[in-house]
Write a protein that binds this ligand. Structure first.
Ligand SMILES: Nc1ncnc2c1ncn2[C@@H]1O[C@H](COP(=O)(O)OP(=O)(O)OP(=O)(O)O)[C@@H](O)[C@H]1O
Ligand SMILES: [Mg+2]
Length: 351
């Protein structure tokens, strides 16, 4: 007769593929129920977008099926996102577990498009997600998400509009497109701070912050406002990419923000007619760049006219065409990003 203890003994030996630590020691196994020759397992991951979800489930299933007397293994997987940042008592966003600032060394590389699609994909996986448009001179997120209605308030705080299950805030909600902002430094930093403190974000697993282009004052001010955030750099595969990405890396470093990785956007071209993949700048550039910068490579997004068209229409491609190559790329990048944050969280928890 199989005993529950035998099941635990087997589970104990299964390791998280990335961390190499036993899944039991990590506290991932929440329940073991044995009924005759059937066993029911409840497994809690550190992110619903876990890149190793299938691998872990497969290991549990195959290892338990090997026990003599077990014929049926049922696994229920849930997720509870852990904070990857130290949340201090004076933190301005105490109920936000992870803050990810998306930056670049220059404009127009696709930060806002990446920030928008990644936010949606993380929310689709089941996480609670907020998206903050930090581009106060050229906010593009409201248009990319087709948000037109004014922001409501409950008298105390601003209620961020919700689209595709993400909460969104942007300076663009408070100005019209033809009133350029001419605020000076201190007002800007005050306004940016308010986007964090005066908004009812509620509990968030991930807050994605779309930084303005370049490495000037505003991205600096904004990044400074973010308590214990992580940085992600978006690059394009031009030959000058290295020095541009380096600028972004230096900006994050200057602020003591930990850079977790690089995303290469417009990496290769998907021909809209034949759907063939054309490597305009050769392949592997993004990966090499990440190695040179000594950060992780989170993946590449193809240059696909549909990405731009869907953004222009206010329905991002991961919604309008979730099976496209570009959407799959956003899903992969989101999983890698979430996985990376989980590892940081786990190390933080142990330290
Ligand atoms: N993978 C892609 N394929 C095709 N077009 C793209 C892709 N990524 C972004 N674009 C388009 O490139 C343009 C610039 O993108 P986006 O606004 O996201 O860049 P950005 O880095 O946020 O720019 P800025 O620095 O001005 O804030 C947009 O028209 C967008 O639709
Ligand atoms: Mg932008």
């Amino acid at each position: 007769m199989v005993k529950e203890k035998d099941i635990w003994n087997v589970l104990e030996k299964i390791r998280d593929p990335e961390l190499g630590v036993s899944i039991v020691k990590m506290g991932m196994i929440k329940k073991v129920e044995l009924k005759g020759d059937a066993v029911y397992i409840e497994c809690e991951l550190t992110t619903p977008a876990c890149p190793l979800k299938k691998e872990i489930e497969d290991s549990i299933r195959s290892e338990l099926s090997r026990i003599e007397g077990i014929r049926n293994v049922e696994i229920k997987t849930t997720a509870k996102v852990l904070p990857s940042r130290r949340i201090l008592p004076e933190d301005i966003l105490p109920s936000v577990k992870n803050i990810i600032a998306i930056g670049s060394g220059k404009g127009g590389v696709g930060k806002s498009t990446v920030a928008t699609n990644l936010s949606i994909v993380l929310a689709k996986s089941g996480a609670k997600v907020g998206l903050l448009d930090g581009d106060i001179y050229g906010p593009s997120i409201p248009r990319m998400l087709g948000i037109k209605e004014p922001v409501r308030t409950d008298g105390k705080k601003l209620i961020p509009p919700e689209v595709y299950d993400i909460k969104v805030i942007s300076i663009g909600f408070f100005i019209t497109e033809d009133t350029p902002l001419i605020w000076r430094g201190p007002i800007i930093s005050g306004a940016l701070r308010q986007l964090f403190t005066d908004v009812d974000w509620g509990e968030l697993d991930y807050l994605i912050v779309d930084l303005p282009p370049g490495t000037g004052d505003i991205p600096l001010t904004l990044a400074q406002t973010l308590p214990n955030a992580h940085g992600v750099i978006v690059t394009t595969p031009q030959p000058a990419a290295y020095s541009i990405a380096m600028k972004a890396l230096m900006m994050f470093k200057k602020l003591n923000l930990n850079v977790i990785g690089v995303i290469e956007n417009m990496s290769y071209f998907i021909c809209p007619h034949c759907k063939n993949r054309v490597e305009i700048f050769g392949s592997g550039g993004g990966k090499e760049l990440a190695e040179k910068l000594n950060v992780s490579f989170l993946g590449s997004i193809p240059l696909d006219p549909e990405v731009r068209i869907s953004s222009d229409e206010g329905v991002p491609i991961v919604i309008s065409n979730p099976h496209s190559e570009a959407s799959k790329a956003y899903f992969d990048v989101a999983r890698r990003l979430a996985g990376k944050l989980s590892m940081i969280s786990f190390k933080l928890l142990r330290s």
